[in-house]
Design a protein around this ligand. Sequence first.
Ligand SMILES: Cc1cc2nc3c(=O)[nH]c(=O)nc-3n(C[C@H](O)[C@H](O)[C@H](O)COP(=O)(O)OP(=O)(O)OC[C@H]3O[C@@H](n4cnc5c(N)ncnc54)[C@H](O)[C@@H]3O)c2cc1C
Ligand SMILES: NC(=[NH2+])NCCC[C@@H](N)C(=O)O
Length: 347
Amino acid sequence: MPAQQTQDIAIVGAGVIGLTTAWILCDFGLGPRVKIIAKHTPEDRSVDYTSPWAGANFCSISGGDEKAIRWDRITYNRLAYLANTRKESGVVFANLRELWEFDPNFEKIRSWTSYVKDFEALPKEELPENCLYGHTGTTFLINVPQYLNFIYSILKDSGVTFVKEEIKHINDVLHYVPNPTVVFNCPGVWASTLGGVEDKDVYPTRGHVVCVDAPHVKETRLRHGTNSDTYIIPRPFNGGVVLGGFMQKGNWDREIHPEDTQDILKRTAELMPELFHHQGPEAAKIIYEAVGFRPSRNGGARVELDSLPGTKFPLVHDYGASGTGYQAGYGMAFDSVMLALPFINLA
Ligand SMILES: Cc1cc2nc3c(=O)[nH]c(=O)nc-3n(C[C@H](O)[C@H](O)[C@H](O)COP(=O)(O)OP(=O)(O)OC[C@H]3O[C@@H](n4cnc5c(N)ncnc54)[C@H](O)[C@@H]3O)c2cc1C
Ligand SMILES: NC(=[NH2+])NCCC[C@@H](N)C(=O)O
């Protein structure tokens, strides 16, 4: 009987960021040493738990700074590996068409030319009215519930322990892992209020999605507007088509407003006329609607080594992914684990 391994690696949070962090640790065989403390886990649905509400696709929403480009690129390669070798993960390659009513971040676009398969800028004559730029390429679509449960199962099979609790202060993690080798802090938008973290740079970017039945739609299409963000994100393996949306900074409104639903249906039908077979929004077959709070942060996501307040215990922050937790999350989690490895005795 192997000696009882004590859990010495703690993770706060079981959204896509916390789960992916644990997944990488499991790849090192560290699953039995990992304990995840989280109020919500993948079987939960709550406006306070962002990950289930994502589309999800891989688009060029993220910033053009070095960190954002690095995390997108690492995750693009990881998603390609999963799409090629692990169909059960819910990740597939897909055609992306992305349009802008204003000039995009050309640093970001330049980075895409070096790694996004089949990348092509659209000739001006192909741009719809009022669009200044557009491109196509091969990126990814993710069936989010399937992907979260795929990772969740790997973690449970790898010996990771889950504690379904809300903590008030980051140091409360010591009640569950008294002498941690390292703690990972992955609380999403709640980094804004978690005691001992209370990151004043973190804020919600409110989203509202309408998931419809439209199995004929295979392409993901987005239009970055001066006054609106319109996107169509099919979820592969019969997951419906996620339509959006809104990018409302600092907005904590938890309610769904019917006028917003109609606005999303109208804009997406204009963006892709075949979405409702060239009929209007009244032809939409709605499966569900949801509001979600993207965990945004002034200055971009925080992936940083710290220590539990008033202690020597290493603390790695990994939060603030905003609208990119799936398309950049593996890169963020990879860098978080690299920060922690010097403290973890692997041998
Ligand atoms: C409408 C919408 C569409 C999106 N589409 C895409 C997309 O197409 N592609 C993409 O890449 N991204 C997309 N995103 C962004 C993506 O969903 C987020 O970046 C991602 O879900 C953030 O994950 P997270 O793990 O940081 O946060 P969360 O999923 O919110 O997880 C946070 C975890 O921490 C736990 N927690 C927090 N505080 C405490 C506490 N005090 N005690 C215990 N546990 C705590 C929670 O219970 C939860 O388990 C979208 C987001 C929205 C809202
Ligand atoms: N078009 C635009 N600015 N945003 C689309 C973003 C889609 C998805 N990442 C999200 O909803 O976060």
